[in-house]
Ligand binder design. Sequence first.
Ligand SMILES: O=C(O)CCC(=O)C(=O)O
Ligand SMILES: [Fe+2]
Length: 285
Amino acid sequence: MEVVPLAHALGVEIRGVDIAGVPSDAEIDEIRTAWHGAHVIVFRDVEWTPDQHLAFSKRFRDLDDHAATPHDRFDGYPELLEVTNIPKNGHPSQTRNAGRNWHSDYSYTNRPAAASMLYCTQKPPVGGDTMFCNMARAYDDLSEKMKGIVADLQSVYDFSLVSGIGKRDPKKIAELLKINPPIAHPCVREHDESGTKALYVSERTSHFEGMTRAESAPLINFLCAHATRPENVYRHRWRIGDLVCWDNRTTMHLALGDFDESQPRHMLRTTLRGELSGYVVPPAV
Ligand SMILES: O=C(O)CCC(=O)C(=O)O
Ligand SMILES: [Fe+2]
């Protein structure tokens, strides 16, 4: 197995392992170690079926069945999410603009995603890139004083801050807001496997619990800007057959709308189920 760095801050490409086959336990352990170190891992030229995607993902952890976003499931596969701009039954796809602000998956649920594995089946000729930033490094780079401040905070995640939901079907939004009320999680997230500490705040954080929106905004904005500095980012240019796996405990990501929307883009994602976390709180004031 060969592990090739993709950027300074995070991201490696892993070569020389047949993930569509049945990797050995030793290979899975090696992949896991590389993943914990680099936070984002990339496999190229993967040719597999949805069942193979599920089988590989399950080697790492139980999968989420996406009950928090039931409309985005891939037909017949509750453990696969479909992220695409291809219209469905004559209607615009609900996920055509998914992921367009910096976030960590399922932060607005009581099981924030441990990790995600996104497979590209169709892409526009240029663009449609995805960016990732290293939240463990962002935490480490804070002053000791600021580390003390964030250690005391609970980040409140509000589904209504998911970018572009205004363009979704209002009935479905109402249902999603009911399933996913505002929820508070520690602003410093400790990785349940590696123990790494990482900042856990995003553009979907409405406020810090016990503080107003106005009081929270400057600090949320600072932490997000600090985390997403270009030198803390890896930008992935997709190829068909790429499998990109990110650790949601130590990264945020952003799907760029930098492409011709008339061109099809189609991705399938598994979500490695996270630990139970958080408590429901009233909306921000
Ligand atoms: O489409 C993408 O590049 C990523 C979308 C996203 O945020 C996700 O699948 O979690
Ligand atoms: Fe996402």
